[in-house]
Design a protein around this ligand. Structure first.
Ligand code: FAD
Length: 399
């Protein structure tokens, strides 16, 4: 089999890239996905929030993609009947330090062209009567989206543009050839002029197999959710977040009203013992060995702060009482019995050799034949349209 362009990975980044390559060029594009369905991993196991960009440093690729991505995804969902609701978000501040941080967030929002204002406790209580906080940042542009329906709508449009989808097809290895890449899968080999590696939790391995991006390594962090029962959903009107710690890439347990009316609580950020370890009892020995033999892993956890945070997050995974305690910091009326276990997702958090959590989207080009997406970091869903478009532009330049 032969295609001009092969995209590996049927998550939001891979599907968006295939859609945009097919829109920009006449190239013959195929997308290869190992699962029976699209969006089976990160893209279908997230909070489904469009993060409009108040939390991202102005001038960075992440800020640019988040702002543009929010706008473009709202328009896409509107046009294609994908559930998407602009419910807004409040970021609650409970301490002096957090109150000061709200001003930084408001300034970032302003620089990024995002509508967000600091409101006092009284206004916070009008917006979210059950939320705790002395002040809050209110950003009405934040939205809740059905991520799986979005990926499927994008895939339908990609097929309309001529993209071939190969589901149930796992890429075992990539090999460079004179004309591009040879993509060896469990159902045969595909010759490709250009490959886009958007394999999410496994993208680093495919890239390393051809000597690309060896500075980056995925360390999996599971995010677990609970859900409020229907008769307690009125505790939250929109989305309620804690004030983020600028040193940590994860937001902390928060509340999200989803497009189906449900309210999810979470996610935490627990070091996972496998890249697809969705339960806290799941262990993949190869993945675990891989993480433990990576110097960046040990450097990351050499930091006392990271160790403390990791231990606390692990506690919320094994003890519902601890998870409820974290949830109560934002909405004190929530009790342990209000929390029903829901789904989990695993983040492909890229850690550098030096032990830093890489916070910006990263992709590495391999001459004129490959683009390896090594860090489609959160908010990767929000960023997926401009990110995929940008990757497609790179493919267009290579082909
Ligand atoms: C718990 C959690 C909460 C999040 N919340 C948000 C949020 O609210 N808003 C937001 O914007 N972002 C959020 N994110 C981030 C966002 O979900 C990700 O950044 C985004 O989904 C990454 O998309 P992707 O296409 O790169 O990866 P994925 O969705 O993981 O897709 C990669 C695909 O590649 C396939 N694959 C892997 N290896 C192979 C192989 N060898 N052969 C063939 N196929 C292969 C996989 O099966 C998978 O379908 C969250 C993530 C998590 C985990």
């Amino acid at each position: 089999m032969e295609h001009d362009v092969v995209v590996v990975g049927g998550g939001c980044v891979g599907v968006s890239t295939a859609y945009h390559v097919a829109g920009r060029t006449d190239l013959d594009v195929a997308l290869v996905e190992k699962e029976h369905r699209l969006a089976a991993h990160q893209s279908g196991r997230n909070s489904g929030v469009l993060h409009p960009g108040f939390n991202y440093e102005p001038g960075t690729r992440k800020a640019e993609f988040a702002v543009e991505g929010t706008r473009r995804m709202k328009a896409f969902c509107d046009e294609h009947g994908v559930p998407c609701e602009e419910v807004g978000v409040v970021v609650a501040a409970r301490s002096d330090a957090e109150v000061r941080r709200l001003d930084d967030l408001a300034a970032q929002a302003d620089a990024n062209g995002v509508d967000a204002t600091v409101v006092d406790g009284e206004r916070l209580r009008e917006l979210e009567p059950h939320a705790a906080g002395r002040e809050a940042l209110h950003c009405p542009e934040a939205a809740s989206v059905d991520a799986q329906q979005y990926v499927y709508a994008l895939a339908r449009e990609a097929r309309e543009r001529g993209v071939t989808l190969h589901l149930d097809t796992e890429v075992a290895s990539l090999d460079r050839t004179a004309g591009g890449y040879s993509v060896r899968t469990d159902s045969g080999t595909i010759d490709a002029g250009v490959v886009v590696n958007a394999a999410g939790l496994h993208a680093d391995r495919l890239a390393h197999s051809v000597g690309v991006g060896e500075r980056y390594h995925v360390v999996p962090f599971r995010g677990e959710y609970y859900e409020l029962p229907p008769d307690r959903r009125d505790l939250v009107n929109s989305m309620v977040y804690p004030t983020p710690d600028p040193e940590l890439p994860f937001l902390g347990v928060h509340y999200t009203r989803r497009t189906d009316g449900s309210v999810i609580v979470g996610p935490n950020a627990v070091l996972a013992f496998g890249r697809e370890a969705y339960e806290n009892t799941d262990v993949d020995l190869d993945d675990l060995r891989d993480a433990l033999s990576y110097e960046g892993f040990w450097r990351l956890f050499a930091s006392p702060k990271m160790l403390r945070v990791a231990a606390a997050e692990l506690g919320t995974s094994f003890s519902k009482a601890r998870f409820a305690a974290a949830a109560r910091k934002l909405v004190p009326a929530v009790t342990e019995s209000d929390l029903a276990p829901s789904y989990a997702g695993v983040r492909a958090q890229v850690v550098s050799r030096g032990g830093d959590l890489v916070k910006q989207p990263v992709f590495v080009e391999d001459d004129d034949r490959g683009v390896h997406v090594l860090n489609a970091v959160s908010p990767g869903l929000t960023c997926s349209l401009p990110f995929g478009d940008h990757l497609a532009e790179r493919v267009e330049a290579m082909a």
